[in-house]
Every structure is written in C-alpha cells, then in structure tokens.
Design a protein around this ligand. Structure first.
Ligand code: GUN
Ligand code: ZN
Length: 438
C-alpha cells in the first residue's frame, strides 16, 4: 500500500447540479491511500493516519494538491508534431498542415515514436485518460494502443474513417473502413484499460454509406464509443449543407446513420442550431468543449450555458494540434475567457469538475475514474503551487480555495504538475527523467 499526504480535491457531482460547496470534497491536510492500483481511501490525515498498516510507504507532499488525473475528451495524437501551425482556419489548416502530417502514419514505427512522444506530453500535463484520434491507417491505432498498454493507461482511441474529400493516401472505403475498425475492436476493445471508438473524422470526409457502416459497427458492438467533429467552423457547416441536402442539419448527418448516444462524443459544437442542442440532449450524447482550439483556429465561442440548460454532459478537450497546448490547466484558462465573452461565469470549481469527473462522465467511465471514491482506479496528479518563485508569490496572496483554484486554472501549466500517476504507478515526475522512473 502507498500513502500520499497532501491537500486533496475531488468532485462528487456537477457543481451546477449539487451546488458548489456540496459538489466537491476538499481536505486541506489529507491522505490518499492506494492499493493494487486502486484508491483504498481518501480522507483526513488526522483520522486515516491512525489506522495505517505497517507495510505502507508514505510520501509526504504537504503543501501540494492532489487531484484526480485530468481527462481530455478530444485530442489527435498524429498532430503532435504540427501543434502551433501558423495562420489558417479549419478547412485550410487541415489541407495545409494536418493531412500531410497524417500521411506518415502508414509507417508503424513512425507512429509508435509519435505515440510515445504524445503520451509523455500528456503525462507531463497531468492527463491520464484521453479520447484520441488516430489516422486512417489501422497501424496508427495498433501503435497507439501498444504504447498505452505498456504504460497501463485508461485510453479510448480509434482509426479515422475518411472515404472522400481527402488525399488519396488518407482515404479508405466504406467496406475497408468497416473491416479495419472491426478488426481493431476485436483486438483492442476492453483489453486491459483500453477501449475503442469508431471514428468518422467529420461528415465532409465520409460518404453517407460510410457513416451508415460506422452506425452498423455501433449496433454490432453496443459498448464501443463514437467520436467525431461537428459545427466547429462556418465554412465547414456550409459545406456539410451542400454535401447532405437530404439532412435537416449537421447533427442529422450523424443521426441518420445511428451515431448518437451515451457513448458518442461530439467535439466543438460551437455553432449548433436549436434542434441540434435538443437532439444531443434527447440522445444523451456528449460534447467536448475545446476552448484552446476554438480560439486558436478562430472557430468561435462554445456556449457552455446552453449545454448546462440542456443538461448535456460536457468534458474538456485540448484538440491538439488544433489546440495549442496539451495542458488542461491552460484549457481551463481559455474556457474561462471564452465564457467571459459569452457573459457566463465559469467558476474554477466547474472548470476542475469538467477536467476530471465531468470528463469521466462524458466518456462513460465515471464508475472507474474521475474522483477518489474507494475502488476507483488510482489515476492522479500532484500539483505544485510553488512551481516558480512568481507562482509562489501569487499563491501567497490567495485567501480562499476559490481564489487558489482560479489562479491555478488561469496561471497554471505543466510546470505545476509535479508528478502523474496511472493505476497507482508514477508515469511522470517533473524533476526526474523518464529513464530514472522506469
Ligand atoms: N475537423 C475535421 N478534422 C479535424 C481535425 O483534425 N481537427 C479539428 N480541430 N477539426 C477537425
Ligand atoms: Zn479534433
């Protein structure tokens, strides 16, 4: 058994549902007990330390804050090398930067190298679970899942489906996309901590036939996920209207193929019509709020208030490489600024909820991760408020928990991530090299 003494913060419910103060547990002098990769207990040092068994190894992180690992509900691992690409909005950005980079993932060794680099970055930012796009190549997903399996990470990923409006080297067909996805599901879905997501990139790059075959997979494997993009950019939406005259709106292109539901995650949702909000809610579909990406690609401002009003499950996504950071803390800052422009106050409590339990709920794995209830998987991050002299100075001027969390969310980044644990094992330590931890 391992024991970690520090401040603890975790959420029990959505602050918009349970009310701010009842939605979370904050223990200033806390103790987190981990056994066999799971949470054994989380409580007050004063009480829990009295009953510590003899064989326990105690790590003293007094002054640090332990949070459940962050959950990134939308990200592209093949785009790691082109994060921070200059000067384009969505459709030109895909043509200019994204597609050329994704062509390289036909090479399995190349894919494995990028997957490892990507997972190092996630760990350095405190992210322990993500919903991840591969490329059209099945070997890109084999490489990614192999790298995750070695680190024992809870991850969801899938092979991109694209049968039109993309370079020849990046397209499949309705049949080959179906067959390749099916083989990957059979190989990887529910293997250890891994799960599969059927992954039509977005409606412009899939024919109605291909979307139907994706729906067929979901019908045949009901516990498999679906991830895609929607209503990110005005030109994209106009293009979808041209390509799918038979559909009522953008969401309908997915709905007609049977792609909505509890395990479906729609990234962006920036420019939804009323009927689309309603239909997402009716079908218990989930939204990934990609704040950094929506600002970086000039896509627009996601309306979080409407999602709350419709009772739609929302998580946060970095959308790397559309987003210019892997850090969920930096995404919280962009989420706050986005909602400022919408006239809606995003509290730091809601921001930390979205990045942890909210993300776990929108990936339908809150029975396994997202907070520190006993029995959950021990994925957690140790946050250091004193990461730099200036941060230390700023935190010393905080008077309340709200203020501290808000400063962490709006000034914080990977420097504040002292260590990251997956299933109870350290996968990152800021002050050690990866080799030193192996
Ligand atoms: N829409 C279709 N493909 C993509 C992608 O790779 N990134 C983003 N941000 N939007 C998309
Ligand atoms: Zn994306």
């Amino acid at each position: 058994m391992q024991a970690y003494r520090a401040s603890l913060l975790h959420f029990l419910d959505d602050p918009d549902k349970l009310g701010e103060t009842d939605s979370f547990e904050y223990i200033e002098d806390g103790l987190l007990l981990v056994e066999n990769g799971h949470i054994a207990a989380a409580g007050h040092w004063k009480e829990l330390s009295k009953q510590l068994p003899e064989h326990v190894s105690l790590v003293d992180h007094c002054g640090k804050l332990i949070s459940p690992g962050f959950v990134d509900t939308h990200i592209h691992y093949p785009q790691t090398e082109m994060i921070a690409a200059y000067g384009e909005q969505l459709l030109q950005w895909l043509e200019t930067y994204t597609f050329p980079v994704e062509e390289q993932f036909a090479d399995a060794d190349y894919a494995l190298g990028i997957a490892n680099c990507f997972l190092d970055q996630l760990a350095a930012c405190g992210t322990t679970t993500a919903m991840v796009f591969g490329t059209v190549h099945p070997q890109s997903v084999d490489a990614f899942f192999s790298a995750c399996e070695r680190r024992n990470l809870r991850m969801i990923a899938g092979k991109v489906l694209m049968d039109r409006n993309a370079p020849e080297a990046l397209t499949d067909t309705p049949d080959s996309g179906y067959d390749d996805s099916r083989a990957l599901i059979e190989k990887w879905h529910n293997r250890g901590r891994l799960r599969y997501a059927v992954t039509p990139r977005f409606s412009p790059t899939s024919s109605p036939e291909q979307l139907k075959r994706a729906g067929q997979l979901l019908a045949e494997f009901p516990d498999v996920y679906m991830q895609t993009h929607i209503a990110e950019n005005h030109d994209e939406i106009a293009w979808v209207k041209e390509l799918f005259p038979q559909c009522e709106h953008y969401l309908d292109t997915y709905d007609q193929a049977g792609l909505l539901g509890r395990r479906s995650v729609f990234a962006h949702c920036v420019h939804l019509e009323d009927a689309e909000w309603k239909r997402l809610a009716e079908t218990h579909s989930n939204i990934s709020f990609c704040a950094a990406s929506n600002l970086f690609l000039g896509s627009g401002l996601f309306n979080l208030k409407r999602a709350v009003e419709h009772n739609i499950c929302v998580g946060m996504g970095t959308d790397v490489g559309g987003g210019n950071t892997f850090s969920m803390l930096q995404n919280m800052a962009d989420a706050y600024k986005t909602q400022q422009l919408n006239g809606y106050e995003l509290t730091p409590f809601k921001a930390f909820y979205l990045a942890t339990l909210g993300g776990a709920r929108s990936l339908d794995c809150d029975d396994l991760i997202g907070n520190f209830l006993p029995g959950k998987e021990a994925d957690f991050v140790i946050l250091d408020k004193q990461a730099t002299p200036f941060l230390d100075f700023r935190f010393r001027h905080c008077n309340t928990l709200l203020e501290e969390l808000f400063v962490l969310a709006t000034l914080g980044d990977d420097r504040n991530v002292l260590a990251t644990y997956a299933a109870g094992k350290a996968i990152h330590h800021r002050d050690k090299t990866n080799e030193a931890m192996a």
